[in-house]
Design a protein around this ligand. Structure first.
Ligand SMILES: Nc1ncnc2c1ncn2[C@@H]1O[C@H](COP(=O)(O)OP(=O)(O)OP(=O)(O)O)[C@@H](O)[C@H]1O
Ligand SMILES: [Mg+2]
Length: 577
């Protein structure tokens, strides 16, 4: 998975990658050259007392160092660019994929996990790309080149390398091997912390109202501690890394100096060469360390890549059609044919064998006790879900064959839980129609009975709305959601219990205004209040997912005991009041 993601998202930046490779190689060669120049200064310059040579070689060293710095800067610059662009593209891709998900896929992953995958997991791979770009090229050159140059200086001491390199490899390898299992756990626990935090922030009012803060604090504490525990475990192992590396490095340096000194004494090795050998040994061991560090990021990135791959490979269960219809033969008409719907994972269907026709320009009301499937039914119309069996037709065409934009453009859904986005009143109203003028916004507000309270706000249309619309009342939020659907000017309006938070008088005014303003539009109204629906052309009574009665108010009063019961319950409630 990691390989696939890397190839796919790094490929567009291959010219940069080429630059990185070239400059890294140049930088490594410069690094390798320096100790050998240094040895020459000592052996041919200092030992012979040749100041001119020292100055000249010193000058060359300076130039080489400068070149090395420039190459390193260029390489790191382009490496960072590749890594950051990679991260941006990958995040954009995940975002686009998640945007196409239906509710089903979102609930499978869970929103907090999707957030972690888009942020933290991408960052892990981005880190790997950055490390690779800065190390992958120079590491092998430094390691192999170091061996070659060191042997050229003195083959007699090379056995120290033969011992030191495997020791370092094994030690660091062991540490990393112990760390790897912690990583998957770590990502999962980051998910967990996100989940708890998100739930608590969303439900903060409920938490306060029920004095659950201590419990919630404890719950967060547990998730937090578990993350800390894994992070500490990984961190402790990581802390071992440097002492081990330094130990190997210093012991082998001592060995080089110790055994080298005998050889200097008997004249088979020059002092400068000894120092150069030492430098090469350090370079080699550093390269080995870097390589293992890369191996340290690799497993973590692989875990993250798998998690991202899961998201990218998930196809939405609501698949948009290829070449979907954009023109519908019977605008404004709705039809359900033998529709059965079960939520994924549920044993029993929520809707069973529904047949329903809504003629253009008419008003259909749906009533039923809570949990009878009303919301589920209206969610099938804009294709938030696909029916498990049977077909849903909008404008005479199966929704599965309609172009999604064409479908959504025709349906103005006011969901049961009105949701507003952070921004202003105007930005929310223009959500479905960015080109609407201020006059159109006011007209929509007028119909939705929202004009008064928006006018009362100091900034009017530019009044700020917080995320989720939490800074307006429930009824105001509902009216803004209704106005938002009106601004879109669809052929079909679907109100899912959108009048419940309004008082009876406002409810009546709103419906009258709606009938006047959009007489030709088809309206589907889910409601609890009999007063809201009694004038509808057709009333559908839903009970446990099946239609148990349909017709006008008068007709149903006589024929449907369920409807009569609903009416009766509200009448008696009013009488008591
Ligand atoms: N996302 C979901 N996953 C699984 N089951 C669900 C889901 N949403 C609703 N249900 C089930 O489907 C049934 C019908 O729910 P629905 O929301 O359609 O009822 P409703 O008639 O709109 O109720 P209300 O009047 O309270 O809004 C419920 O009994 C519920 O158990
Ligand atoms: Mg509902």
């Amino acid at each position: 998975m990691l390989g696939r993601i890397l190839v796919r998202f790094v490929r567009p930046y291959w010219p940069f990658l080429l630059l990185v490779v070239v400059f890294q190689a140049a930088q490594s060669v410069a690094t390798l050259w320096l100790p050998s120049l240094n040895a020459d200064i000592i052996d041919d310059g200092v030992a012979q007392g040749d100041t001119g040579l020292i100055l000249m070689l010193g000058g060359i060293m300076l130039a080489v160092t400068l070149a090395q710095i420039v190459c390193a800067i260029v390489a790191v610059y382009f490496g960072a660019r590749i890594a950051m662009s990679f991260g941006r593209d990958l995040r954009a891709k995940i975002f686009a994929t998640v945007g196409g998900f239906s509710e089903q896929e979102v609930s499978r992953f869970g929103a907090p996990s999707l957030i972690t995958r888009t942020t933290n997991d991408v960052q892990q791979i981005q880190m790997l790309v950055l490390m690779t770009c800065t190390l992958l090229v120079s590491t092998p050159i430094l390691a192999i080149g170091g061996v070659v140059f060191a042997l050229a200086e003195d083959p007699g001491l090379s056995w120290i390398m033969v011992v030191a390199v495997p020791v370092l490899l094994i030690a660091v390898g062991l540490i990393i091997w112990r760390m790897t299992p912690q990583f998957r756990r770590m990502q999962e626990r980051i998910d967990a912390v996100n989940r708890v935090l998100r739930e608590q922030l969303t439900g903060i009012r409920v938490v306060r109202a029920f004095v659950r803060e201590p419990v919630e604090v404890a719950r967060f504490g547990v998730a937090n501690d578990r993350l800390t525990e894994t992070a500490t475990k990984a961190g402790r192992l990581f802390a071992l890394m440097f002492p081990v590396v330094m130990l190997v490095l210093n012991v082998s340096s001592v060995a080089v100096l110790c055994f080298g000194s005998y050889r200097v004494e008997d004249g088979s090795l020059q002092v400068g060469s000894l120092i150069a050998f030492l430098s090469y040994l350090v370079q080699i061991l550093m390269a080995v360390l870097m390589a293992t560090m890369l191996a340290f990021f690799l497993p973590r990135a692989a875990v993250s890549a798998d998690r991202i791959g899961e998201v990218l490979d998930t196809a939405s269960s609501v698949v948009p059609p290829v070449d979907g219809a954009t023109e519908l033969p019977e605008p404004g008409r709705l039809e359900l044919r033998d529709v059965t719907f079960a939520y994924p994972g549920a044993d029993a269907p929520v809707l069973r064998d529904l047949d329903l026709v809504v003629e253009p320009g008419t008003t259909t009301a749906i009533v039923g006790s809570t949990g009878s499937g009303k919301t589920t039914l209206v969610n099938l119309l804009p294709r938030l879900f696909d029916a498990s069996a049977g077909s849903v037709l909008v404008g005479g065409v199966d929704v599965r064959r309609i172009d999604p934009d064409a479908l959504w453009g025709r349906i103005g859904l006011v969901p049961q839980r009105a949701y507003l986005f952070s921004g202003t009143v105007a930005s929310n109203l223009r959500y479905g129609n960015p080109d609407a003028t201020d006059e159109e916004l006011w007209a929509a507000l007028e119909i939705a009975q929202g004009r008064e309270f928006v006018e009362a706000m100091p900034q009017g249309l530019d009044a700020a709305i917080s995320q989720g619309g939490t800074n307006v009342s429930g009824g105001q939020r509902q009216r803004l959601a209704i106005a938002r659907a009106l601004v879109k000017r669809p052929e079909i309006y679907v109100f899912d219990d959108s009048f419940s938070a309004l008082d009876t008088a406002t409810d009546a005014r709103l419906r009258a205004a709606l009938a006047r303003a959009v007489p030709d539009a088809t309206k589907v109204i889910v409601a609890q209040r009999v007063a809201t629906i009694r004038d509808a052309d057709q009333i559908v009574v839903l009970d446990h997912g099946a239609i148990v009665g349909r017709g006008t108010h008068e007709h149903l009063l006589e024929t449907s005991p369920e409807y009569a019961e609903i009416v009766q319950s509200q009448l008696s409630a009013e009488e008591v009041a």
